[in-house]
Design a protein around this ligand. Structure first.
Ligand code: ATP
Length: 237
């Protein structure tokens, strides 16, 4: 089996015909957290959305398991084992967490007979969710809402998770509470995770490789240990 799960080749994506990604080449491997960093507006969200089929390609290719994807759409990606944790949580404030999970299972096609067991599995990974499982999402803290968003993305037991700034708006000390369990799950299962983060210091602690993006292009690919001094990191922004 190839070590590469998802790959882009000269990917061009933009808005209204204007390119934002200028021929991006990245590889997401099995059993790794790949951290994608870059300045505001660099194109990180655009890349994640394109990988999940939420934005059309203007050029280049996206490959999954070595095969090019032609008509990429979220449902096809979900079935293939790819889940998205979108920027800004994307959860319905008026629903309880239990209801959000129910809708999530229906939307991602978890068979009815497996639903109860699947929720228990998600709660075993994120046990803190039990404390607010019957509360409306709109009454939860930012960190709790992020946890719900991650829990929902796990319902399909994905082999690949695309995470767009899961810790946004949270104090750095909450980062490990939120993402520590996901790192453990990833290491246990061999899942591949593409993690977009502004909270770079914390994100690098749980990542295996890093790519930096600047103005729609990948400018650096390295390992976290090489970015330990602030000067090297700052030069990428
Ligand atoms: P941040 O870290 O601030 O979230 P980012 O690296 O995720 O930034 P993107 O959100 O991908 O950056 O934006 C890349 C560029 O595309 C920016 O110049 C942005 O203004 C532009 N852009 C993003 N969304 C749209 C849109 N819906 N329509 C037009 N331009 C957009």
């Amino acid at each position: 089996m190839s070590t590469i799960l998802m790959k882009t080749e000269n990917l061009v994506v933009g808005y209204g015909g204007r390119p934002v990604l200028n021929g991006v080449n990245i590889e997401l491997r099995h059993n790794e957290i790949l951290c994608l960093i870059g300045h505001n507006g660099a194109g990180k969200t655009t890349l994640i959305k394109a990988l999940f089929g939420l934005l059309p390609r203007q050029g280049g290719q996206i490959l999954l398991d070595g095969r090019p994807l032609y008509h990429i759409e979220p449902r096809q990606l979900t079935i293939a084992g790819v889940s998205l944790v979108p920027e800004g949580r994307g959860i319905f404030p008026g629903l309880t967490v239990a209801e959000i999970m129910k809708v999530g299972m229906w939307a991602t096609g978890v068979p009815a007979a497996q639903r109860e067991e699947r929720v228990e599995w998600v709660l075993s990974i994120l046990p803190m969710m039990r404390a607010f499982y019957h509360r409306r999402a709109g009454t939860l803290s930012g960190g709790q809402q992020q946890m719900v968003s991650i829990g929902r993305a796990l319902l399909r037991q994905p082999r690949c998770l695309l995470m767009d700034e899961p810790s946004i708006g949270l104090a750095p000390k909450l980062f490990q509470d939120l993402l520590g369990p996901i790192r453990e799950l990833q290491q246990r299962t061999g899942m591949a995770i593409l993690l977009v983060e502004q909270n770079v210091k914390e994100a690098l602690k749980i990542s295996d490789r890093v790519v930096a993006m600047k103005s729609g292009s990948i400018i650096c690919e390295t390992v976290p240990a090489k970015l330990q001094d602030n000067g090297t990191l700052m030069a990428l922004y």
